[in-house]
Ligand binder design. Structure first.
Ligand code: ZN
Length: 152
C-alpha cells in the first residue's frame, strides 16, 4: 500500500502541437529564437504560418529571425483560467503583440513578470521564452522598462 501524496500535483499546462507548417517555428522557439515565416518573393512576413503568401500568392516561403521587439496591440487580464494549469498564475496578461518588423504581424502570448495594472496598449515589449517541457518552449513577452517585476 502506498501513502497518499502529501500534495496534489500541479496541473499541467497545455503544450503546442506542431504540424509540418508550424514545425520550424516551434523548433526555433526550442532554441529560444523567434522566427517568422517569410515570403521569398515579396519578402512579406506571415504569421500564423500559411501554405502560400497572402500578399502575392507565392508558395516559396522561408523563415526569418526577427528582433522579438514589439508593442502591445491589445490585451486581457485573466482572472479565471480556462484550464487548471494556469490556476496559480492568475491574474496574468495575455496580449496580442505587433512585431516591430511589420505592422500586421502579431503574436498572441502571455506578458510575463509584470503587474497586470502596468500593461497598456502601445507598451513596448520584448520576447522571452518559457520552457514548458523538455524541448518545448513558448514565446512570451516581457514589458520593456521599469514596470517589470519578478514572477514567483
Ligand atoms: Zn509574397
Amino acid at each position: 500500500m502506498t501513502a497518499p501524496a502529501a500534495t496534489t500535483p500541479a496541473a499541467a499546462k497545455p503544450l503546442p502541437v506542431a504540424d509540418p507548417l508550424t514545425q520550424p517555428f516551434w523548433d526555433a522557439c526550442a532554441r529560444h529564437t523567434l522566427v517568422i515565416q517569410q515570403c521569398l518573393s515579396c519578402r512579406r512576413l506571415i504569421h500564423f504560418p500559411l501554405p502560400a503568401c497572402p500578399g502575392c500568392g507565392e508558395a516559396d516561403l522561408g523563415w526569418s529571425e526577427v528582433s522579438g521587439r514589439g508593442t502591445i496591440y491589445s490585451y486581457v487580464v485573466v482572472h479565471h483560467p480556462v484550464t487548471p494549469g494556469f490556476r496559480d498564475d492568475v491574474p496574468y496578461v495575455v496580449a496580442w503583440v505587433t512585431l516591430a518588423e511589420q505592422e500586421d504581424v502579431r503574436l498572441i502570448c502571455d506578458v510575463l513578470g509584470c503587474d497586470p495594472g502596468a500593461v497598456e496598449v502601445g507598451a513596448e515589449v520584448e520576447i522571452c521564452f518559457e520552457d514548458r517541457a523538455q524541448g518545448v518552449s513558448l514565446p512570451q513577452f516581457r514589458l520593456c522598462g521599469p514596470a517589470t517585476r519578478e514572477r514567483s
